[in-house]
Write a protein that binds this ligand. Structure first.
Ligand code: SAM
Length: 405
């Protein structure tokens, strides 16, 4: 249930905290599912999912959520119609309980349909309030130090102040130092794997693996590894961080995996991409779970007769032709992909990330949109379905436009 805006006498942040896990638009239902699996009570909203919890839940969310990009703690919500009122009310918040004076601070503001609309002035007033409460102005946001990020949101004449519990976005897992040509954001790759219905006990194939993001996220899921395992802890840059609580949350994650990981195969015709994908998988601690293949997707061993496990999912984002040049031939590539997919057998399902649904339709696979979101400035859809039985009279062996750059 939504709390009513509070009056001016805000002294403590009410517990349990109002928390918000932000995500790419369209991923909210998948994120809500992840929060439910953590035993939390999710309320999907636009751009994320609200839930309640204490700092332990914040740590757990930061460690385990694969489709979220940030976790925010709501500090206060109050009616506000003037800048002076904003500074006065913001000054009443217990900033020293949350911010360390030496940690750089960044304040961001948005205002919609509100009497207080000048975002620069909003930022200044909140910075003044914080400086007053801490007894000194915190250092400015610096590129080389994790900053405490305060969000000020005016919606009508109601102001919400939130603190970002994540110093860097959660999708920056820390394993991907080397990008391929058009790498997927890790949270989007994670969402695609989940949308495919991957259970962690069946095979998974990505024949256009690029930096290996999809296979690496899938291997993490299959092995029961938390997506945030390589990242600095949430809250680490903030005053309430308790290293013992973080250790205890991390130790919950050190349960032995239930069984051996299922086979996961990834391929790309670009030797540089395969080399980067191998290194990324090694950093992610899942190299042993993935078999990499360098070559055109038509040469992927699992597409050879009898080469694939009986059950699995084909999860991939084939070249879109927008961020990667040389788009000609993509229709033929998708047609051949559809034909190859059928050779995997009826025990297989698929999830394709597509920018242009017309291209995806060329696969001839029965497509259903699982979600639509934005990636690299483009609208992209996750198209999922079951792979029908092989059609023996398939199209020619066309693996698309010539050798990659
Ligand atoms: C959109 S990118 C995949 C990005 C990947 N999901 C990631 O996270 O890095 C498409 C990839 O397909 C590869 N590719 C293009 N044509 C191919 C072909 N015929 N066979 C195999 N790989 C191909 C490109 O080298 C590129 O790495």
């Amino acid at each position: 249930m939504r709390r009513r805006p509070q009056a001016a006498t805000v002294a403590r942040v009410p517990r349990p905290f109002d928390l918000f896990a932000a995500c790419l638009p369209g991923l909210e239902p998948l994120l809500a599912g992840e929060l439910s699996a953590l035993g939390l009570d999710p309320r999907p909203l636009r751009g994320g999912v609200a839930f309640t919890g204490d700092t332990t839940q914040v740590l757990r969310a930061g460690l385990w959520l694969g489709t979220a990009s940030h976790v925010l703690v709501r500090l206060a919500e109050f009616p506000c119609r003037a800048l002076g009122e904003l500074q006065r009310k913001a000054s009443l918040l217990p900033w020293p309980e949350w911010l360390r004076p030496a940690t750089p601070l960044a304040v961001r503001a948005t205002a919609r349909s509100s009497r207080v609309y000048h975002t620069g002035a909003i930022v200044e007033r909140v910075e003044n309030a914080i400086a007053g409460a801490l007894g000194q102005p915190p250092p400015r946001d610096a590129a080389d130090a994790p900053a405490a990020l305060v969000h000020v949101r005016f919606q009508g004449d109601v102001c919400t102040l939130s603190l970002d519990a994540t110093a860097t976005p959660l999708h920056r897992r820390g394993y991907r130092l080397d990008g391929a040509k058009a790498p997927l954001r890790e949270d989007l790759a994670h969402a695609l794997v989940r949308a495919s219905g991957f259970t962690g006990d069946e095979a998974l194939l990505d024949p256009f693996c690029g930096a290996g993001t999809i296979a690496i996220e899938a291997a993490g899921l299959a092995l029961g590894l938390p997506p945030g395992r390589l990242r600095p802890p949430p809250l680490e840059h903030l005053a309430p961080f308790d290293p013992a609580a973080w250790e205890s949350v991390r130790s919950e994650a050190r349960r032995p995996a239930a069984g051996a990981a299922p086979p996961i195969a990834a391929g790309d015709r670009d030797a540089g991409a395969i080399a980067a994908a191998r290194e990324n998988a090694a950093r992610a601690g899942v190299a042993a779970a993935i078999t990499f293949h360098h070559g055109a997707f038509t040469t992927q061993p699992w597409f050879a007769a009898g080469g694939a496990p009986a059950r699995g999912v084909l999860v991939t984002n084939p070249p879109f032709g927008v961020r990667i040049p040389r788009a000609e031939g993509l229709l033929a590539l998708h047609q051949t992909l559809g034909h190859r997919a059928r050779t995997l057998g009826p025990g297989w399902r698929f999830a394709l990330l597509a920018h242009d649904v017309r291209l995806a339709r060329r696969t001839g696979l029965p497509l259903r949109a699982a979600f639509t979101t934005r990636h690299g400035g483009l609208s992209v859809s996750a198209l999922v379905g079951s792979i029908p039985a092989a059609d023996l009279g398939g199209p020619p062996d066309d693996d698309g436009p010539g050798p990659g750059p």
